[in-house]
Every structure is written in structure tokens, then in C-alpha cells.
Design a binder for this molecule. Structure first.
Ligand code: E4P
Length: 217
């Protein structure tokens, strides 16, 4: 399963890239606002850190203006993946861009039927938001299971990009189900390293090492 970082914070992206875990980055208008950075500039900077897809989202609601925005964004780098909302105009834009060889991430997916539409429109990625489902009292991971089943039934190549990931269990379940990608805040990705027995093990080894009075360097 590929790991994308869901952030526009440059230092955090660099830090994750150094671990070799980073396969791409997703942003959205809220994350750009939170970063306080210029959208075009920060997107270009992110593309310089990772070789993987960098999702940059259009904000227009109509197809013609979405295409104009996408043209500006895809000129930043070949790895820019245009993010469009799951609407009729969003999917028209998805079809036009993918036919033109540009990657498209269809976002704000909350149902398996919506995911089916995105795959039929040729989306490179579909982003079902699991955390927001959970917030709303429905099980986000069941949506991932349904989409996996439907995509496998028909051999769709659209990659399932689990989004709105809030905790390590979302990551584990995504991998169990066979999602292609998950995007999570850096804090969640880093928490995957944590295990109390790893910490306890390190402390025990260090205590015994002290007793030897030796030094490696
Ligand atoms: C995905 O691409 C979105 O940017 C993101 O995962 C949304 O997450 P949130 O529901 O935590 O805002």
C-alpha cells in the first residue's frame, strides 16, 4: 500500500521523505489555508521533494473554469495530480484531463456508487473519506470494502486512495482490505512506528549495554 502525506507543510513532507515512506502528497484548500503559503509556490516546492503524485485541488464548480485552473496547476510539474470534487462537472473535468494524460484524483467520495462513477470517468485515484464517515456515525471502512469489491468485479484500474485517515487502525484496515493508497496527516504516519514493547526493548538493551562499559565509536 502506498503512503501519501496529507499536508502542505514542507518540513513535515521533507521529514517523511527522508524515511523512504513517502509515495506522494495530497493537499486540499483547507490544508493550503492552514499552511499560510501561496498555492502555486508550495505545490511546486512539494513536487521538488517527492517524485510521486502531488494532488492539487481545483476550486471552481463549473467544468470550463475547472479546466482553466487545472491547466495552471498541471503546468507546475508532470507529477501534479488534479483533484476534482465528485460532481457532474468534476467528472467531466476528470474525463477530459485523463484522456489528455493528466492524473486525476476524484475527491469527496462518500458512497460506493460515487466511486463507480469516478472509475467510469477514468479517474486515476478515488478518495473516499473514511474519517468524516466515522464522524457522521457510519463506518468508513465498510465503504472501502465495497469499493474494493466493485473495482475488482469489473477490473477498474482506478486506485483506491483512502482519505480522511485519523488513526492507525484506519491504516491497518486499509491494508487488510487491499486499498492501493492511504493518505494521512504526518502525525498519524509517524504514530505507526510506535509500540510500547519496542520502547521497552530499547530501554532494556541500553541498560545492559551500559553494564558492559563498552562504546561502539
Ligand atoms: C484527502 O485528500 C483530504 O485532503 C483529506 O484526507 C481530508 O481529511 P479530513 O477529513 O481530516 O479533513
Amino acid at each position: 500500500m502506498k503512503f501519501f502525506a496529507d499536508t502542505a507543510e514542507i518540513d513535515e513532507i521533507k521529514d517523511l521523505a527522508a524515511t523512504g515512506l513517502l509515495d506522494g502528497v495530497t493537499t486540499n484548500p483547507s490544508l493550503i489555508a492552514k499552511s499560510g503559503r501561496d498555492f502555486m509556490e508550495v505545490t511546486k516546492e512539494i513536487c521538488g521533494i517527492t517524485d510521486g503524485p502531488v494532488s492539487a485541488e481545483v476550486v471552481a464548480l463549473d467544468h470550463a473554469t475547472m479546466m482553466k485552473e487545472a491547466d495552471k496547476l498541471r503546468a507546475i510539474a508532470e507529477t501534479v495530480c488534479i483533484k476534482v470534487p465528485l460532481t457532474i462537472d468534476g467528472l467531466k473535468t476528470c474525463k477530459a484531463l485523463t484522456e489528455d494524460g493528466t492524473m486525476v484524483n476524484v475527491t469527496l467520495c462518500f458512497s460506493a456508487n460515487q466511486a463507480l462513477l469516478a472509475a467510469k470517468a477514468g479517474a486515476s485515484f478515488i478518495s473516499p473519506f473514511v474519517g468524516r464517515h466515522d464522524d457522521n456515525g457510519t463506518n468508513g471502512m465498510e465503504l472501502i470494502e465495497d469499493i474494493r469489491l466493485i473495482y475488482d468485479n469489473y477490473g477498474f484500474e482506478t486506485e483506491i486512495l483512502v482519505a480522511s485517515v485519523r488513526h492507525v487502525t484506519h491504516v491497518l484496515e486499509s491494508a487488510r482490505i487491499g486499498a492501493d493508497v492511504m493518505t494521512a496527516p504526518p502525525k498519524v504516519i509517524k504514530s505507526l512506528f510506535n509500540h510500547v514493547l519496542t520502547e521497552k526493548g530499547i530501554a532494556g538493551f541500553l541498560a545492559d549495554w551500559e553494564k558492559t562499559g563498552q562504546s561502539i565509536l
